[in-house]
Design a protein around this ligand. Structure first.
Ligand SMILES: [Zn+2]
Length: 584
């Protein structure tokens, strides 16, 4: 979690030089340092939203998606340009607060003005941005904005929200208990690059945050912080002038963008003396890029214009598929997904079956990534090869798995589990699984079962999660809703109602069997609600829902067991709930 205090370590650039005490420069430096401290006190504090992934998993997801991205997007692959971008980008990233991701910056051979960032620090800048920028500070502004999306973890925050909204409770519990959860989660929400709307199409709130942090990063890196706003204004003016501006299609323009950036600059304090606006290196790179041949073919649209209609949470999912040669691939994901029948896909790779010939008289390859039964697989096939997925071996492994036996009875000895939000004791023969900020599952080994459709699902155990109530159209007009507890006066009852409403969207058989009642959890007021739901084992299960307001959002516990066993587990569940201690 990023705290404002921790950010101060990044503010070292104003450290006074070790000259004589009476040297006037020393005084100036001291005043500058004080101004810096004041500026730190006033700048907009920004931290990532709630996330079910760990920062390490951001990197894992970014790595996976960047492989797809680099196949589908025409990479410039020019070491001189990429080296320049990396030097500049890493300087900026060293001033981004929070987790230190392994940032890398690459140039895309596309003249449209656009840039995008994947979780974990994979940043792509179109050559069009460099061609359109007047100076290095403007390019740095765009890169600082992208870097801020990474530091603020906007991609995985959106993936988290989509996952919770789309995935039944049992599957959520199962995915957390699955070591391969990044791949499983991505398969279920279709968060590949081809369906980039999810990871790359940000909300206006996210855009404002990236602008604010981008401005701070520019300032802290010694650049004129006005440059980012200037560049956005400039490219807004160029829309419709012939030059393609795609930036705003996946970075929606927030209201009063320029005014907000100006406001942030005002809060940063005194302008940096001798702030950098340009460099000879930038001008050299810009002329070099302008001298390169125009990209072949039409520009590929990086904007999130696909990705609709893949809501299914089960079975075979084509995550990405492209067909072509080294420099020219067409996206055939939707084509292949539409041919999936009964979770099987079988075809021969030909121009006809791929819907056309992207590169005449050249040897072409199909690159395919698919999700099935909670895992993802890569396939590379040449022309005229037969592809059948999932493979017979994969199907064998899946059906060979044992399920349905009674799980371990909860032992009387307990063991603690702790995360950033709470501490809880659980039977020592059960296991806690989880990462990210608050989300975890505690279950006996055989409490996780195959739901018959290839998903690992929770049949016995506990799921703990944080909920940010979905905002209505009116709520959304509030500035930066930060979730329950901070953003609104929403009552515990109302927040619990909204949670149940949301849960019912992805758990169709769910209904309330006992209305909310007041209870206490670690001395805090909480609500206890009994729900009935479909069990992944078949038949019905009881879900005992406990909701507690916390500063981070609405914390909820769901204790799960089939109806026939719920009474026997009730005692163990109550002991677990009684052991909860909040960390603040
Ligand atoms: Zn953005």
């Amino acid at each position: 979690m990023i705290t404002h205090d921790a950010d101060r370590s990044n503010a070292g650039r104003a450290r006074p030089p070790a000259w004589g005490l009476r040297h006037p420069v020393m005084l100036t430096a001291l005043v500058a340092l004080m101004l810096t401290q004041m500026a730190w006190a006033q700048r907009t504090p920004l931290k990532p939203g709630w996330n079910m992934f760990s920062p390490q998993q951001d990197v894992e997801m970014g790595q996976q998606v960047s492989r797809d991205a680099e196949q589908q997007v025409p990479m410039l692959n020019d070491s001189r340009v990429d080296k320049y971008l990396n030097n500049l980008g890493r300087t900026l990233a060293s001033h981004a607060p929070g987790e230190k991701y392994p940032y890398q910056y690459k140039c895309v051979n596309d003249r449209a003005i656009n840039a995008f960032a994947l979780p974990g620090g994979f940043v792509y800048i179109n050559r069009g941005v460099i061609e359109a920028a007047d100076n290095e500070a403007q390019l740095a502004g765009v890169m600082a904005h992208e870097t801020a999306h990474v530091a603020l973890r906007h991609g995985t925050n959106q993936a988290t929200k989509a996952y919770i909204a789309q995935v039944p409770l049992a599957i959520l519990g199962g995915a957390l208990g699955n070591k391969n959860s990044v791949a499983a989660v991505m398969a279920q929400i279709g968060a590949g690059f081809a369906t980039n709307s999810l990871l790359l199409k940000y909300s206006r709130t996210a855009e404002s945050q990236a602008d604010e942090m981008g401005t701070q990063v520019l300032y802290d890196s010694g650049y004129d912080p006005r440059a980012m706003g200037q560049f956005f204004e400039k490219i807004q003016g160029e829309e419709g002038s012939g030059r393609q501006v795609e930036f705003f299609s996946n970075h929606p323009n927030p209201d009063n963008r320029i005014e907000r950036v100006d406001q942030e600059i005002g809060q940063l304090g005194a302008p940096v003396r001798g702030a950098k606006t340009d460099s000879r290196e930038f001008q050299n790179i810009k002329s070099y890029i302008q001298s390169l041949p125009a990209p072949r073919g039409g520009t590929q649209n990086l904007a999130g214009n696909t990705g609709s209609g893949r809501r299914s949470t089960h079975g075979l999912q084509i995550q990405s598929a492209s067909y072509g040669t080294s420099d020219r691939f067409t996206d055939v994901r939707e084509l292949l997904q539409s041919r999936v029948q009964n979770d099987r896909l079988s075809f021969k790779v030909t121009n006809a079956s791929m819907g056309g010939d992207p590169a005449k008289s050249q040897k072409k390859t199909l690159r395919l990534n698919y999700g099935w039964a909670g895992r993802t697989y890569d396939v590379t096939a040449k022309e005229n090869q037969q592809v059948s997925i999932p493979t017979a071996a994969q199907q064998q492994t899946q059906t060979g798995r044992s399920s349905g036996t009674q799980p371990e009875w909860p032992s009387n000895r307990s063991t603690p589990f702790e995360n950033s939000v709470l501490r809880i004791n659980h039977p020592d023969n059960w296991q806690a699984y989880g990462q990210g900020d608050a989300t975890f599952t505690i279950a006996p080994d055989r409490g996780l079962v195959d739901d018959g459709r290839g998903n690992q699902a929770l049949a016995y155990g506990l799921i703990v999660n944080m909920y940010e109530p979905r905002f209505t159209r009116n709520d959304r007009q509030q500035l930066q809703p930060r979730g329950y507890g901070q953003s609104s006066q929403m009552s515990l009852e109302e927040a619990t109602d909204r949670l149940i409403e949301d849960l019912r969207l992805s758990n169709q058989g769910m209904r309330i069997i006992r209305s909310p009642e007041d209870i206490r959890v670690n001395g805090e007021r909480a609500l206890s609600t009994d729900l009935s739901n479909e069990s992944p084992l078949g038949g019905r299960e009881t879900n005992w829902l406990v909701t507690v307001p916390r500063p981070e959002g609405l914390l909820f516990f769901v204790f799960v067991a089939p109806d026939r066993d719920f009474q026997s587990y009730n005692h163990a569940f109550r002991i677990m709930l009684d052991s909860v201690r909040f960390r603040q």
